[in-house]
Every structure is written in C-alpha cells, then in structure tokens.
Design a protein around this ligand. Structure first.
Ligand code: GLC
Ligand code: CA
Length: 477
C-alpha cells in the first residue's frame, strides 16, 4: 500500500463530470446529481481522487450554468441541496472529493445583485457591476461587443461573454466580501475546493486588461480561506493564458492557486518536441513545491481523441499514458477514459452559443440508457459496460494507468527529468527508478531503456523496442 498523498491531489487524478450529461436518474433526459451519485462506484473503480462538477447553481442556462443566478443553491434540473450533500457524503466514504465550479467574474443578468444594480444609478448595488457613460470597441468572447447599453438608466454595462453575463466589479470591496461568504458556505458543506472560472480576467478596471495585479490579491485572500480549512481546500484556476510565466504568476509565492490549468499543454498537439518542450518549461517556471496540472479535454474544446488523435485508439492510449504519468495532478474529462469522440451536432440540436455541444454529449453507459437525452448520444463508441467487460479496451487501459500511477512512489512524487530520445519519441524519467517513453511516430524506435515494462499501450513487454504509436512505463534496472 502506498502512503497517503500530501496534499490529496498530489500525484492524483481529478475527473471533470459535466452534470447534465453524466447520468440521469429520472429519465427527463438531463443528467443530475442523483444520477451521478449512482455512478460513484464506477468512478471509484476507475480510481479517481476527486470530481470537479461543472456549475451546479441555479442559472437561466444562457451559457449552461456559467450564468449563475444564485450562488447558494442547486439548479432544479440537477437536483437539490440535499442531493448535493448526499453526493459529497457518499463520495467521501469512497475517498473521493467533490469540487464545485465557482463563477466569480460575472453573474447572470437575472441574479438579484444585477437586477438591483440595473434598477437605478443610485442603487447601493450599482458599483457591484461595471457601468460607464461610454463604451469602447472591445469585442465579447462570444461575438458582439463587450458593452451593452441599458436604456432605463442611460449607461453601458460590461460583459466579456454574453450580455446576459454582466461582469462583476472586483474593485468593489463588497463584492470581495460577498464571495468570501460563498466560499465559506460551500467549504462548510464539505466541498473540497473549487475550479475557478475565467480567473485570469477576474478583475477589470479598465475592462480590457488580462491578469491585472489586483487579481493576485483576491487569490491570496481566497487561499487564506482555503488554508484555514481542515483539510485545506483546493483552488484550481481556469488560467487561460498561453504564456507559461504568466501561468506561473497565478501560483504566487505558493500562496495563490494551488493548481492552474495548463492550456499550452492542452494545445501542444500529439507531437513529441512540442509536448516535451511545454512540460520541461512548465516544470521550470512553477514556484518551488508547486504542482502542475494537466488536461487534454474539457467542456470548452474539441475532445482530444478527435482533436489530436485522428480518432485512432493507438494514439488515444499514448495521449492517456502521457497525461497519467506526468508529475502533479491529471484531469480526465468524462469520457476521456473511453476514448470518447467529439459528436457532430445537427443544426436543429445546437444549444450552445459557442458551438461546444459536441464535447458535452451524454456518457454512453450501455446499461440503463438515456431516454430523450438533452443532447444526442453520438455514434458507435463502445459503451462503459462493453469496455469494462473487455480487458483490452481503452477504459481498461486507462484504469491500469491510474492504478499504476497511484501505486508507484516515483509516479506519485518523483521529479520529471527529460531523457534524450530519437526524433518523435518523448521520453522522461520519474524519480530515480521509472521511465516513460512514447513513440509518437509511424515507425518503430529504440528507446534504449533497460528494465521491466510495467505498462504498455499495446500490451507488449519489450523495453528495447517501441512499435509505432506505442508508449511504455518501465521500471529501470
Ligand atoms: C469559462 C467556461 C466556459 C464559459 C466561460 C464563461 O471559459 O469554461 O464554459 O462559457 O467561462 O463563463
Ligand atoms: Ca434528470
């Protein structure tokens, strides 16, 4: 038995579950918390340490939960506060932590704060949002402009995303206090931490600048709240920046986010030089003692088997092996473990304002199937039930990789050291005794490793030779 990890996410695996598409308990076609509760045994079997739920709060769903109308509740489509409490408790029994998705940069235009703010220029909530007499030309992320004119009070309000997602004014001390209360509320309910939405654009004044210095003051304040809990709570930021030094800035002096998503890694492609470069540089820039976090898919991007693996399972296994053998914390997006592909959405089924539905389709369980799912189920991929029954499936491979990661000290905590290798082969050592080599080419290669193969994406056990698109973990001798 490996010793317990400190903190729990170090060397661990997080699982991003999109609640509307994970599991449906009442056949209304929408996944829900009771459904997810019913599938905890699956996630335990898979071996994950924590689950990040996309937003669970009441919301008009103009941006599918990222337009929050009440930070203290649960969306009725997903269940009740009691369902969430029960989920947290049941997951805890299995050693699985639950993270919620905090959306602090903007609210729904239906949130009572915005309704009050909009009601008059004199409202005490007026300064909670960003109002100006004139608008600049900044574009919104989803098209259109980032400013909307509000006729009744004759001013413009700012929204980086939809007009129905007005941006909060984080220069306003009351807004900071209100969020302290939100964090405490959920920490007290046993939530293990938050994924934090659009953290790189939290503070806006003037609106058009990313990563303003004031953001870091807010993060230090949240970190103090997280550290005051026992056990300490995790802050995992959606740090959507493409410069690694900038990413590192969100870790502060190890006193801001404990983890910040690495988008340069997500977008490096399945290409040895680019991946080796981004991982090496990431390892070099993070503050001492900090952990990187790695992900290949999310609810915002095309699923990785389609985006970087040509829907070829040999490549999918190579990508999963890399994801699950790097130092730090690895995040699987639901379905990654099956090699789930992006689904084509016909025009009359499109729901998302930004065309992301194809990455958010229902999980294909293969037992107790979806009735009238809110998004189409997608084609032919083998279901969970089928893949569980097949020891040669992508799912079985992924589970083995997670188990190996958790059982070997080098893979939990060992340093990452790049190894020289032939062109197209990405190879590294973890700690002193474990090596990973992945051949990302169409030709065989010789990784020159000596030892015992602990895991191969092709079920082979020859450390001296890699087939095309084969990856191995080797116990060095
Ligand atoms: C983040 C979310 C995305 C959402 C946006 C606006 O990028 O991941 O889904 O649309 O923020 O809240
Ligand atoms: Ca349901």
């Amino acid at each position: 038995m490996a010793p317990p990890r400190q903190p729990w996410w170090a060397g661990g695996v997080l699982y991003q579950a999109y609640p509307r598409s994970f599991a449906d308990s009442n056949d209304d076609g929408i996944g829900d918390l009771v459904g997810l509760h019913g599938r905890l045994d699956y996630l335990h079997w898979l071996g994950v340490d924590g689950i990040w739920l996309n937003p669970t709060f009441p919301s008009p769903n103009r941006d599918w939960g990222y337009d929050v109308s009440d930070y203290f509740g649960v969306h009725p489509d997903l269940g009740t506060l009691e369902d969430l409490d029960a989920l947290i408790a049941a997951a805890g029994e299995l050693g699985i932590r639950i993270l919620l998705d905090l959306v602090p940069a903007h609210t729904s235009d239906q949130h009572e704060w915005f309704l009050e703010s909009r009601s008059s220029r004199e409202s005490p909530r007026r300064p909670w949002y960003i109002w100006r007499n004139g608008a600049d030309e900044q574009d919104g992320v989803f098209g259109g402009k980032a400013w909307t004119y509000d006729e009744p009070t004759g001013q413009y309000y700012h929204h980086l995303f939809l007009p129905q997602q007005p941006d909060l004014n984080w220069m306003q001390p009351d807004v900071r206090d209100a969020f302290d209360e939100i964090l405490r509320f959920w920490f007290d309910r046993g939530v293990a931490g938050f994924r934090i939405d659009v953290v790189h654009e939290l503070v806006k004044d003037p609106p058009s600048q990313s990563n303003r210095p004031e953001i870091h003051g807010v993060l230090r304040r949240w970190r103090a709240l997280a550290d005051a809990c026992d056990p300490e709570r995790l802050l995992l930021g959606e740090t959507w920046v493409l410069d690694l030094d900038e990413l590192a800035s969100f870790y502060g002096q190890a006193d801001e986010l404990q983890l910040g998503f690495n988008f340069p890694f997500m977008f490096a492609g399945l290409e040895a030089t680019a991946l080796a470069d981004v991982v090496k540089r990431t390892e070099g820039v993070l503050p001492a003692g900090s952990l990187p976090v790695w992900a290949l898919s999310s609810h915002d991007v095309v699923r990785f088997p389609t985006r970087i693996c040509d829907e070829d399972d040999a490549k999918v296994r190579c990508a999963l092996l890399a994801l699950l053998t790097l130092r730090g914390t690895s995040v699987l997006y639901y379905g990654d473990e099956l090699g789930m592909r992006q689904v084509d959405i016909v025009p009359d089924r499109v729901l998302d304002v930004d065309g992301r539905d194809g990455a958010r389709t229902p999980m294909h369980w293969g037992d107790g199937e979806w009735r009238n799912p809110w998004l189409p189920l997608g084609a032919e991929l083998a279901s969970v039930a089928e893949q569980r029954a097949d020891s040669g499936s992508v799912l079985s491979f992924c589970r083995e990789a997670i188990a190996l990661r958790g059982s070997r000290d080098d893979l939990v905590a060992g340093a990452y050291t790049p190894l020289t290798s032939e062109a197209g082969v990405w190879a590294w050592r973890r700690g002193q005794g474990t090596a990973v080599a992945i051949n990302l080419t169409d030709s065989p290669s010789d990784p020159a490793l000596e030892g015992d193969v602990l895991l191969s994406t092709k079920g082979r056990d020859d450390p001296s030779r890699l087939e095309p698109w084969e990856g191995v973990v080797v116990a060095l001798t």
